[in-house]
Design a protein around this ligand. Structure first.
Ligand code: NFE
Ligand code: MG
Length: 479
């Protein structure tokens, strides 16, 4: 007999995600046989941007999320710069890369130590206070000295996140949400003093990454080898590319964009063939199957069969996973597979790669060089800003009319990853990754959380509906 478990909301993520899994025995093994991923909050940023001054977009879209604001700022500036026909000077590119790099580090360190690792260590007797209790446990969780060490590193990781924000704020003005990343460039200027301050913090963060972050992730990977075979998902990967290395529109990037199919073939990305499906999302049929350039946000709460505020982005109708694993595999930086543990491992490896690149960008900054390109707002224009957020491919699509925003569409990595089914009935990447996951104890579905957390979902980015008057139990089991 099958059992349906609802985890609502999933904790240790950003935003509100509901996961419903149906569990049954297949060949004698109790496992997930069906999964539904629901974004349970509607936010409507795309609607509130309409009619505003286009130059407000980088500031407003950064408020979509406090975890990845710089990615939104960069994607927004890129969309506007494309629409305005301008290209920022080298210093601005480098300063943006540095602030974005600081934001990536902060996000990846947080994901492992503060969101994911608690799925793998039993902290009974170590962390016996809220917010760490109550929590689920499983017999395979690591106990003893290694668990104590990881909890100690949990604390060090908080300091590293502070340092990452401090570092990003040197050129970002503040973090989260930087006021210095503006259309046409950056309002901060490099000086010998602030470059040195940035470098000193980067050295500390690199040491932490090499001495703790990578070894700690590998310790978890080595202790849970079976998770190299769990949570594979759709197998198709997508990245738009990030960290421009040149000052042209077709600039090479630290991570090039591309796609990888499940046979390992590397393919190109053409944003024109990206559509968002809304068959199972609370939007009107009018919104369905649109490219974001013509995208619509018309809500229809209560729509029959719909179960999410997240739309379902698809590339030529094919389901794709976005994220650090996509970036690293597409760029030949990681040769492992696609699984729960691979997603954890690549974040640490990517952190080191980004830090090393940041050191070279600091060297390339020109003290006294320009940071800004003058521009004027066209009466009518369109632009696409593609970049990467810590969680994967991020796109902003703008259309300007009468020098105001006529339409603005954002497609985030968590929209790709936690998307519901599409009109071809294909489940989203996380839903596919959950199917087949063994579950030992339906009252402690830790395995399900491990798969969900491996994607580092951020529903704040993905889609706000708050129900302050309702109480929700963390797990509901329907027999
Ligand atoms: Ni709110 Fe975000 C990242 C974006 S996730 S964290 O990374 O865009 O969809
Ligand atoms: Mg959107």
């Amino acid at each position: 007999m099958s059992t349906t478990i609802t985890i609502d909301p999933v904790s240790r993520i950003e935003g509100h995600l509901k996961i419903e899994v149906t569990i049954d025995a297949v060949d004698g093994l109790q496992q997930v046989v069906d999964a539904k991923s629901s974004g349970t909050m509607f936010r409507g940023f795309e609607l509130l941007l309409q009619g505003r001054d286009p130059l407000d977009a980088p500031d407003i879209t950064q408020r979509i999320c406090g975890v990845c604001p710089i990615s939104h700022a960069v994607a927004s500036c890129k969309a506007l710069e494309k629409a305005f026909g301008i290209s920022p000077p080298a210093n601005a590119r480098l300063l943006r890369n540095l602030v974005l790099g600081a934001n990536f580090i902060q996000s990846h360190v947080m994901h492992f130590y503060h969101l994911a690792v608690l799925d793998y260590i039993n902290t009974d007797g170590i962390l016996n206070a809220a917010p760490w209790t109550p929590r689920q446990s499983a017999p395979d969780m690591i106990t003893g000295p290694i668990a104590v060490e990881l909890v100690n590193h949990y604390i060090s990781a908080l300091h590293i996140r502070r340092k990452s924000h401090q570092m990003g704020a040197i050129f970002g003005g503040k973090l989260p949400s930087s006021p210095s990343i503006i259309t046409g460039g950056c309002s901060a200027t490099p000086t010998t003093e602030n470059i040195n301050s940035f470098r000193n913090l980067l050295v500390d963060i690199l040491a932490f990454t090499k001495n703790f972050f990578i070894p700690d992730v590998m310790a978890i990977a080595n202790a849970f080898p079976e998770y190299y075979g769990i949570g594979h998902g759709c197998g198709n990967l997508i990245a738009y590319g990030v960290f421009d290395l040149e000052d042209t529109e077709q600039s090479s990037k630290l991570f090039e964009g591309g796609r990888m199919d499940s046979d390992g073939n590397i393919l190109t990305v053409d944003p024109a063939v990206i559509n968002e499906d809304t068959k199972y999302s609370w939007y009107t049929p009018n919104c369905d199957a649109r490219n974001p350039a013509n995208g619509l946000t018309e809500v229809q709460p209560g729509k029959a069969n719909a179960y999410s505020w997240t739309k379902a982005p698809r590339y030529q109708n094919v389901v794709h996973e976005a994220g650090p694993l996509a970036r690293m595999k597409i760029n030949g930086e990681y040769v492992g597979g696609v699984s729960v543990v691979d997603r954890l491992v690549v974040r640490a490896l990517e952190t080191e790669k980004v830090i090393n690149a940041m050191a070279t960008w600091l060297d390339e900054l020109e003290v006294g060089g320009p940071v800004y390109q003058q521009h004027s707002i066209p009466s009518s224009a369109t632009g696409i800003g593609l970049c990467e957020a810590p969680r994967g491919a991020l796109g902003h699509w703008i259309s300007i009319n009468n020098s105001k925003i006529a339409s603005y569409q954002v497609v985030t990595p968590t929209s790709w990853n936690t998307s519901p089914k599409d009109s071809l009935e294909q489940p989203g990447p996380l839903e596919q990754a959950l199917i087949g996951t063994p579950v030992l104890d339906i009252n402690n579905p830790v395995e399900v959380l491990r798969v969900v957390h491996s994607f580092d979902p951020c529903l704040a980015c993905s889609v706000h509906m708050v129900r302050p008057d309702s109480s929700v139990s963390p797990i509901r089991i329907d027999l």
